[in-house]
Design a protein around this ligand. Structure first.
Ligand SMILES: Cc1ncc(C[n+]2csc(CCOP(=O)(O)OP(=O)(O)O)c2C)c(N)n1
Ligand SMILES: [Mg+2]
Length: 537
């Protein structure tokens, strides 16, 4: 068997359905022979985004794979790799590579060396007979421990080498549980706390531990906030939910963070980031994570336990037993939420022209079945506007992203989510700068019959950058962007509408949702106001 066919056999054994790819890549045909479906994108960074959507929306149960040319192809996929590395998403990136006799000859591009800083592990198949071994390691890394992208480079001259029969068995995902002494310590700190707050991250999603998280919150009568990537780990229609935080957040988040004496982080690294909850100094920290390297990293830690979020939560729940607490938290969350909505209801229902972004979000909420919807934001204003006000009720009903925050990443992400969840309504909300980065890939959705709904907030500028370059703006209008994206989408073959009247928001969204049910992407461009009011308290 040739190495190319062996790799196709590995992917088949790993139940990979889609090969997201861009030529020239000599693995494409062998993979198609093995029964995979190709998804050819228009740009490599979007290809990584599609693979991300497959992995992220399935909590890694299905691994997204993206394969492209060595040299220019892999060079052009660096942003995608950096984004999934920042967000710890298990994605397999499989570039071609120069023949082995070109290695270490400048300027030959080395994907392994160049991607070392944005991958969990990167290797080149330097000997054909190592194919099975290297893929076993790759899939082990993609399933176990702290997750992240893995890169395997396939040099051109390796592909045709004969290696006999393929000997490959998919490695099982492995979970580890916590030390019982650590759990006793965590429970003791928690039960002494007067006002604990639970800070939940994406580890809860990957562990499938949302039910256990709800149980812990109810036992402690503790309110729950999530990180950006952890949004949807806790049902946001639960009376203890505070919502998720980026720079903006529901009013409840900072209200409870300020008064908390103890923060319990679950399935979260607690890395300080502008796009996450801001934990004030001086709180007692209890840290539950599968990566010991994150403990004591940013915060002195009072108690901690290392393990898979589900196993750790089960152990903690058992340790707390019937020592249930009551703090009157539900009534306090409700009161602050009511104050918050009072602050915002005029925005959410506004009839102003240009259209208010919050009105679109509000009308969209009414138009969807939240149990059957996956939605994601893009960078910039849309992220800040959507996250506080979108109520995620089911795990992975929201794909929050952004330790790096690359404009345009949401488009590939939602295409991958739709490929992996064809029965769900999949929506991405992007600004005009974002669509400028990746808009041509709307054609990828058209051609591959990926029925996503793309919402574009077109305010004709980069709202968040007003502060960053006042002189350039004053003298050269440097903030402004131009474009009619409904026309662009139409020219790319998508169903599209441009909406300027608030009265048409709801009916157009409903029409667009209907269009997506027949595997056709829909793009709705809303001509919106600049939009600089954010939910920040
Ligand atoms: C690839 C990339 N380059 C630059 C940035 C910095 N950045 C963040 S938001 C933004 C402007 C976003 O404008 P737009 O998408 O139109 O949304 P708006 O803020 O206007 O609502 C920029 C330049 C980024 N996040 N990603
Ligand atoms: Mg804009």
């Amino acid at each position: 068997m040739k190495v190319a066919d062996a790799i196709a056999g590995v992917l088949k054994a790993e139940a990979i359905e889609h090969l997201v790819c861009y030529p020239r890549q000599m693995l494409i045909d062998p993979c198609i022979e093995a029964g995979l479906k190709p998804v050819i994108c228009r740009q490599e960074r979007v290809g990584v985004g599609i693979a991300d959507g497959i992995s992220r929306s399935t909590d890694g149960a299905r691994i997204g794979v993206f394969s492209m040319q060595g040299g220019p192809g892999v060079e052009n996929s660096f942003p995608g790799a950096a984004q999934v590395f920042g967000d710890n998403v298990p994605v397999l990136i499989m570039p071609g590579g120069a023949n082995r006799d070109r290695a270490y000859t400048p300027p030959t591009f080395s994907a392994v060396e160049s991607f070392r800083t944005v991958t969990k592990w990167a290797a080149s198949i330097n000997q054909p007979q190592r194919t099975s071994e290297l893929f076993r390691r790759a899939f082990h890394h993609l399933r176990t421990g702290k997750l992240g992208p893995v890169l395997i480079e396939v040099p051109g001259d390796v592909l045709d080498a004969d290696i006999g029969a393929l000997d490959y068995a998919p490695p099982r995902p492995l979970r580890s549980g916590p030390d019982s002494a650590d759990i006793r310590n965590c429970a003791a700190v928690l039960l002494k706390a007067a006002a604990p707050v639970i800070h939940a991250g994406q580890g809860v999603l990957y562990a499938g531990a949302s039910k256990e998280l709800v149980r812990l919150a109810e036992l402690l009568d503790a309110p729950v906030l999530t990180t950006n990537t952890g949004k949807s780990a806790f049902p946001e229609n639960h009376p203890l939910s505070l919502g998720a935080a980026v720079v903006s957040a529901p009013k409840m988040v900072n209200h409870f963070l300020r008064k908390a004496d103890c923060i319990v982080a679950v399935g979260a690294s607690l890395t300080r980031t502008p796009w996450g909850p801001k934990i004030p100094n001086g709180k007692k920290i209890v840290h539950l994570t599968n990566d010991a390297g994150d403990i004591n990293k940013e915060f002195p830690t009072e108690a901690a336990a290392v393990g898979d979020a589900k196993l750790v939560l089960e152990a903690l729940i058992a340790e707390i037993g019937n020592r249930k607490r009551a703090n009157g938290t539900v009534a306090e969350v409700k009161a602050v939420r009511e104050e918050w909505i009072k602050d915002w209801i005029s925005e959410l229902t506004s009839s102003e022209v240009p259209i208010n972004q919050y009105r679109v979000i509000h009308d969209l909420k009414q138009a969807v079945d939240p149990e059957n919807t996956i939605i994601t934001h893009d960078s910039g204003g849309p992220r800040e506007q959507l996250i506080p006000f979108w109520e995620a009720v089911a795990p992975r009903g929201y794909l929050g992203w952004g330790k790096s925050t690359q404009l345009g990443h949401g488009l590939g992400l939602i295409m991958g989510a739709k490929l992996a969840n064809p029965g769900k309504l999949c929506i991405n909300v992007m600004g005009d700068a974002s669509i400028g980065m990746v808009g041509m890939d709307i054609e990828t959705a058209v051609r591959n019959r990926i029925g996503i709904l793309t919402i574009v907030f077109n305010n004709g500028l980069m709202a968040g950058e007003r502060e960053s370059m006042p002189r350039a703006i004053e003298r050269h209008n440097a903030l402004d962007l131009g474009g009619n994206y409904a026309d662009v989408a139409k020219a790319l073959g998508a169903w599209s509408r441009r909406v300027v009247e608030p009265q048409a928001v709801s009916s157009t969204l409903k029409q667009a949702i209907e269009v997506t049910t027949s595997h056709e992407p829909a793009v709705v461009e809303f001509v919106v106001k600049e939009g600089v009011r954010f939910s920040r308290y």
